[in-house]
Design a protein around this ligand. Structure first.
Ligand code: PLP
Length: 390
């Protein structure tokens, strides 16, 4: 058998070869063998829907849940599978036992769903969301901790929860989650970590991290089927947590969260294949190779555009995804994000997101690299960026 090396051939993924794929961090991408497992589970279900869903799939689903818990270091009864990070974050924020006037701290680098959910809770439950600006560009991870510390000190004394992203969406920065959990603990505050970009991308040991709540995605860097993620919660919260869809199932945390009504369970059932595939790519060191591809691109990007890097070039700050500031004459607005994402796809055949940050007007381009990414993909991106932004 030929020895496996990186990059992982594009033919082994469902990705079209005539497109430059640099957006893995957004929605992931599916390896063919995971796609085959997904289709097989779908076929198995359609052959005998009743017995399959009532008995077989439920048992397999519990097995997959236990496999995911083991893989990321969560005690088995403390982790449930959910459709994704949005479902996990919404579940915790909506179920949290808020009282009117309770405050919650989150940062301006967080995913927009957090702010949307908190603003809704402010209107309906009277909570007080406090968004803290994390200094940017960053020179030291301690600056992120200090920003939260400052937020705690400036709060009105009714702070009940700290929400932090482990790897941020708009800026692709790694936040020091363990330090933030420790900070929360030292103030008696539970911490909810949005780890949408962490499983498969960085090492994750949920028990060692010790957050009260940890949310992860499996469709991104694990390259599992879309519609798969998880929520870990410490036992003291289990009774309070309500699943996003209330079903006929009652009982423990894991029983109540078993499934979200009748829907295809195939994405969850294919997770064993996805996790095995991800482990194989991990053993080849795809993360270090991806970081190196981004470092090389980074050097050329800043030599060309002369803008300010978001952080030092180190795995402490970024992994297989980085955000690069475009020249200041292009302003970061929600409209610009959509305009350039569409332009790059339709005109240049490149899938790559453009992002912005609340409290800043910088427009970023945020390419990702997974095991299939080639150096030539970054050359294609650089040429298109020069064409549009120089
Ligand atoms: C930080 C962060 N949180 C949550 C999400 C939502 O993930 P999903 O759409 O899979 O629910 C994303 C998606 O990109 C994200 O980047």
């Amino acid at each position: 058998m030929p020895q496996e090396t990186l990059p992982s051939p594009l033919e082994e993924w469902c990705l079209a070869p005539n497109i430059t794929h640099l957006s893995h961090g957004s929605y992931g991408a599916l390896p063919r063998l995971v796609q085959n497992a997904l289709l097989q589970h779908q076929t198995d279900c359609e052959e005998r829907p009743d017995s399959y869903l009532f008995f077989t799939a439920k048992e397999l689903l519990s097995e997959r849940r236990r496999t995911v818990a083991r893989r990321f270091g969560s005690p088995d009864p403390e982790l449930v599978l959910l459709q994704g990070a949005s479902a996990g974050m919404t579940t915790v924020l909506r179920s949290f036992p808020w009282k009117e006037g309770d405050e919650v701290l989150y940062s301006n680098h967080g995913y927009r769903l957090v702010e949307n959910c908190l603003l809704h809770l402010a209107r309906t439950r009277g909570i007080v969301p406090r968004r803290i600006p994390v200094p940017f560009p960053l020179a030291d991870t301690e600056d992120m901790v200090k920003a939260f510390e400052q937020g705690i000190q400036n709060s009105g004394g009714k702070l009940r929860l700290m929400v932090a992203c482990h790897v941020t969406s708009p800026t692709a920065l790694v936040f020091p989650a363990a330090r933030l959990v420790a900070l929360g603990r030292s103030h008696g505050l539970p911490v909810l970590i949005d780890g949408a970009h962490v499983p498969g991308h960085f090492d994750l040991d949920i028990t060692a991290l010790g957050a009260d709540f940890y949310v992860g995605n499996l469709h991104k860097w694990i390259a599992g089927p879309r519609g798969t993620g998880f929520l870990h919660a410490k036992p003291r919260w289990h009774e309070a947590l309500e699943p996003p869809v209330v079903t006929a199932h009652t009982g423990s945390f894991t029983e109540r969260f078993l499934w979200a009504g009748t829907a295809s369970l195939a994405p969850f059932l294919a997770l064993d294949v996805a996790l095995a595939h991800a482990a194989r790519l991990d053993s080849l060191g795809w993360q270090a190779r991806s970081h190196a591809l981004l470092s090389a691109f980074r050097n050329e990007f800043f030599a060309t555009f002369g803008t300010t890097p978001t952080s030092p070039d180190s795995p402490t700050f970024t992994g297989a995804m980085q955000a690069f500031a475009l020249p200041a004459r292009w302003k970061g607005t929600p409209e610009a994000e959509i305009h350039f994402r569409r332009l790059f796809f339709e005109k240049h055949g490149i899938e790559v997101p453009f992002t912005t940050l609340p409290d800043h007007d910088t427009l970023f381009v945020r390419p990702s690299a997974h095991a299939y990414t080639q150096e030539s993909d970054f050359q294609t991106l650089l040429a298109a960026l020069k064409f549009e932004f120089l």
